[in-house]
Design a protein around this ligand. Structure first.
Ligand SMILES: Nc1ncnc2c1ncn2[C@@H]1O[C@H](COP(=O)(O)OP(=O)(O)O)[C@@H](O)[C@H]1O
Ligand SMILES: Nc1nc2c(ncn2[C@H]2C[C@H](O)[C@@H](COP(=O)(O)O)O2)c(=O)[nH]1
Length: 295
């Protein structure tokens, strides 16, 4: 997940999501993803519990703007020149899992662009007295590149030429978007690959029936290299230096109010520290009545 503060909206931080979620704040700088007032995003392997976690964030911090992953778009891409998704649509997620060597590059272009669109979309206008103080993205353009695309390349599903082209346009777009594509912090929802596999089986999404533990282990390792060991080469200074909050979600937080309280308090403290570090003149984005549930 990525966290950020909303760009252009004073007093709004942003965050990104994980493996799949992220956070960012948006004022002079963009991104919860990468910057204060820009977004943040959670980063997580598949089926770690991002969506469940985002719902909890939404219930605890109702004024935060949460941006979910556009997985529905990937399952129904308008195809054959028709704009009617119901007639003539392609399930790109399924195609990528069934024939990764053929469809991985196409998938990564579509997923990355759909993530960028979500990031650049201004948050819904609320009443002026209740601006969104924080934006959280379920996953980001950084997970797209430094987890999924990198992993597909290393697994041999992206050809060296495809990987080079992907990185070229990814660099170009992010450099030109500058602060608009920045995230202020990352939430890393960490669980054992075996736990993710159990949750993935429980979710039972038809396209994911063939996913094996080995694939989730690869995604887990990519997250660890990027966010914990810091051995992945990150080509953007803001993303490289953005703070990371590692949250242990291996335990069942879905049905445990005490664990939920602890997690929400950790996120609240992290976002507060982001605002202080990255937005010196930025008022505390967490206002009365918006605190996390007590542990
Ligand atoms: N902490 C948790 N403990 C137990 N089950 C969970 C937890 N988080 C999610 N789940 C369950 O695991 C499945 C996948 O969760 P979901 O939030 O959809 O994952 P993601 O969005 O990361 O793919 C769902 O059935 C959900 O109810
Ligand atoms: N090859 C890629 N697959 C991706 C990417 N982002 C997400 N995904 C897959 C993983 C899941 O099967 C599904 C939705 O994710 P959940 O987080 O809900 O488990 O999409 C990507 O960039 N590349």
């Amino acid at each position: 997940m990525f966290l950020g503060f909303d760009e252009g909206t004073p007093h709004i931080p942003r965050v990104q999501s994980w493996g799949k979620p992220r956070l960012t704040p948006h004022p002079p700088e963009p991104g919860w993803g990468p910057h204060p007032g820009s977004p943040c995003s959670p980063s997580v392997p598949a089926a770690v519990g991002k969506s469940t976690f985002l719902k909890l964030l939404g219930a605890t911090f109702p004024r935060w703007h949460l941006v979910t992953e556009p997985v529905a778009q990937w399952r129904k891409v308008p195809a054959g020149g028709t704009a009617q998704a119901a007639v003539g649509s392609a399930n790109l997620l399924q195609m990528m899992y069934q024939e990764p060597a053929r469809w991985s590059y196409t998938f990564q272009t579509f997923s990355c662009i759909s993530r960028l669109k979500a990031m650049l979309e201004p948050p819904d206008e609320g009443p002026p007295e209740t601006p969104h103080p924080v934006r959280v993205f379920e996953r980001s353009v950084f997970s797209d590149r430094y987890v999924f695309a990198k992993n597909l390349f290393e697994a041999g599903h992206l050809q060296p030429l495809e990987w080079a082209i992907y990185q070229d346009w990814h660099d170009f777009l992010l450099r030109h978007l500058g602060p608009r594509a920045t995230l202020h912090g990352f939430l890393y929802l960490r669980a054992r690959p075996q736990t993710c596999l159990e949750r993935l089986r429980r979710r039972a999404r038809s396209e994911e029936g063939g996913i094996q533990l080995g694939y989730l282990q690869q995604l887990h390792a990519q997250h660890e290299h990027w966010l914990v060991d810091k051995t992945t080469e990150i080509h953007f200074a803001d993303a490289r230096s953005a703070p990371v909050l590692v949250l242990d979600v291996d335990k069942d937080f879905e049905h445990d109010v005490a664990v939920q309280g602890v997690l929400m308090a950790q996120v609240e403290a992290f976002v507060t520290s982001l605002s202080a570090d990255t937005l010196p003149s930025h008022p505390n984005p967490l206002r009365a009545g918006e605190g996390a549930a007590s542990p």
